[in-house]
Design a protein around this ligand. Structure first.
Ligand SMILES: O=C[C@H](O)COP(=O)(O)O
Length: 345
């Protein structure tokens, strides 16, 4: 069962499109990657969010008719390539990280790869995301694969250690070989409207990242209002973040569609205003193939095709790959297998 590759209205995600080959445009305008710009507090203070309209629109996304059959399989393959396959547990070990890296290199079982006819795709996840202690292990395990290693940093998940310690943590992870750094912001700067302090913090983290890409985790479940989510998004983007990310996976509420709608609309308005692109990473509690499709639909509707590339879109997920594999097995065989047959690590 080879997948159809044409780019129809139902399949905006050809499975074999090489990553990064799509020019980043919005409304026909070519965008450049984000870089730090001076903080304009008026942009932040002027933000208003119509919460009930956002909630209504977000609720309509999962209710829509989903893509089916080969098209759905193509979208799910794309979701795998946009995944930061993650382990962030207190009982993480080098062995678990090595198993996770093996899964990142070969995310689908061989019989599925053959049945789908995607041997030439050399499908991998976008990155593996770990604590600093396992960066070197992951770098070694992924050598030659082109899969990037992301490290959570800056006192993850609370982000409350001294600033020098947090900055030093970034430097160490970059030295150890991480090419992506997921930082956490000080949530209190948002509650207190301390926009200059938030901007300076994120800018200092970005500088410490050097050539590594930086994803700014806002901890949206802690931010109380959608307006705060939008305001924190704008400050993080002005301070030079390459991506904005919802959650650590440790808050009581993690990635949700309403929060994501607010964040991706902030990315869109920022691009319209500055001509610069920022990536998006929903993370925490995204566990099913259905959720993967919902988020891709949201990205495509709000930002367009360029935001379905791993250069601009990632899921942070520790267990979603198992469900995607299970759904693809059902697509190929017509039968559902037991969840335990699709371990992630
Ligand atoms: O950044 C990624 C998250 O920590 C993953 O959360 P999850 O375990 O709920 O998938």
């Amino acid at each position: 069962m080879a997948l159809q590759q044409e780019n129809s209205a139902h399949s905006p995600v050809p499975a074999h499109t090489p990553s990064g080959s799509i020019p980043v445009t919005l409304h026909g305008r070519e965008l450049i990657p984000n870089r730090r710009i001076p903080l304009d507090v008026s942009w932040v203070e002027d933000i208003r969010v119509n919460t009930s309209a956002v909630e209504r629109r977000a609720a309509s996304i999962p209710a829509r008719r989903s893509v089916k059959k080969d098209y759905q399989a193509a979208w799910l393959l794309r979701a795998i390539s946009c995944m930061d396959l993650t382990t962030l547990s207190g009982d993480d070990s080098a062995e678990r990280v090595k198993r996770l890296c093996a899964k990142a290199r070969r995310p689908l079982q061989d019989h599925l790869v053959q049945a789908l006819g995607i041997e030439d795709l050399h499908l991998t996840t976008g990155a593996v995301c770990v604590y600093h202690a396992f960066v070197e292990t992951a770098v070694k395990a992924l050598e030659g694969s082109g899969i990037r290693v992301a490290a959570v940093s800056t006192g993850f998940p609370a982000g409350l250690s001294p600033l020098e310690t947090r900055v030093e943590e970034i430097r160490r992870s970059v030295e150890a070989g991480a090419s992506e750094i997921d930082i956490v912001i000080t949530r209190a700067h948002v509650f207190n409207g301390e926009w200059n302090a938030l901007y300076d913090e994120v800018a200092a983290f970005k500088e410490a990242c050097g050539p590594a890409h930086m994803k700014a985790i806002l901890g949206t479940g802690d931010l109380l209002t959608l307006r705060n989510v939008a305001r924190a998004s704008w400050v993080a983007m002005m301070a030079g973040s390459d991506f904005i990310k919802t959650s650590t996976g440790k808050e009581a509420v993690n990635a949700t569609l309403p929060v994501s709608l607010v964040m991706v609309r902030a990315i869109r308005e920022y691009a319209e205003r500055t001509g610069m692109s920022v990536g998006y990473k929903p993370a925490g509690g995204i566990k099913t193939a259905k959720q993967a499709l919902d988020w891709m639909a949201l990205m495509k509707d709000e930002l367009g095709r360029p935001w379905l590339e791993p250069t601009l879109f990632r899921y942070g997920a520790s267990s979603m790959l198992g469900d995607i594999e299970r759904q693809l097995e059902h697509h190929v065989t017509g039968r559902y297998s037991a969840t335990y047959r699709h371990p992630v690590a």
